[in-house]
Design a protein around this ligand. Structure first.
Ligand SMILES: CC(C)(COP(=O)(O)OP(=O)(O)OC[C@H]1O[C@@H](n2cnc3c(N)ncnc32)[C@H](O)[C@@H]1OP(=O)(O)O)[C@@H](O)C(=O)NCCC(=O)NCCS
Length: 170
């Protein structure tokens, strides 16, 4: 298994788009509704990887035998008064590759990348119906609070969101 920053090449965009469609179909709360068209997923990743090329974010990929098994994004493009902050987004592992510690490994690498970019505060939000809260808390993220009915789940119905923060390098 290895983790690296992803480029904007066609095979990478196709693999990321497949993962996003699969994760949304499986009920993952990652901003989209089911069914997600592969073209819409590709548009999202095109924009995200273009932002990565501009240095505004880092899109990490975890590969198993050169197959993309998971991804997480570190958002670095914060307002001028928050140069010390980064945000974690779009943590996803292919359903076929779950339960192997890959999400944990992606988050640990994401934290290292944030530190390497001189960030001392990480924030993220996650669906309260999702099941990822225990993972973030086991990595030291502190729950700030729940916003009820924040988003729709991919198959309908509201879910709340939990906001987390973590100080880095302290
Ligand atoms: C959440 C997700 C990324 C976890 O991926 P994963 O690779 O299976 O997670 P890991 O194997 O690294 O598990 C890490 C820990 O979290 C726990 N965990 C992971 N998913 C869990 C779930 N759905 N319910 C309860 N616990 C879960 C594991 O038990 C494990 O704990 P342990 O280390 O103490 O054994 C994956 O289920 C996913 O892609 N979900 C859909 C998208 C999503 O919800 N992303 C989070 C949005 S913020």
């Amino acid at each position: 298994m290895d983790i690296r920053a992803l480029d904007i090449s066609l095979p990478i965009r196709e693999a990321l788009s497949e993962i996003l469609v699969e994760v949304v179909a499986g009920g993952g709360s990652v901003s989209f509704m089911h069914p997600l068209a592969i073209d819409a997923a590709a548009r999202f990743w095109n924009q995200s990887l273009a932002a990565a090329e501009r240095g505004e974010r880092i899109v990490l990929g975890l590969f198993e035998n050169e197959v993309l098994a998971g991804t997480v994004t570190v958002l670095l493009d914060c307002p001028p008064n928050q140069p010390h902050r980064a945000e974690i987004a779009k943590l996803m592992v292919r359903p076929s590759h779950r339960g192997r510690g890959y999400a944990r490994a992606l988050l640990i690498e994401a934290q290292a990348r944030a530190v390497a970019n001189d960030r001392t505060l990480l924030v993220l939000d996650t669906a309260t119906d999702g099941g990822a809260m225990g993972l973030y808390e086991s990595l030291g993220f502190v729950p700030a609070g729940i916003i009820p009915d924040y988003a729709l789940k991919p198959h309908g119905g509201f879910t709340g969101t939990m906001i987390y923060w973590k100080k880095l390098g302290v």
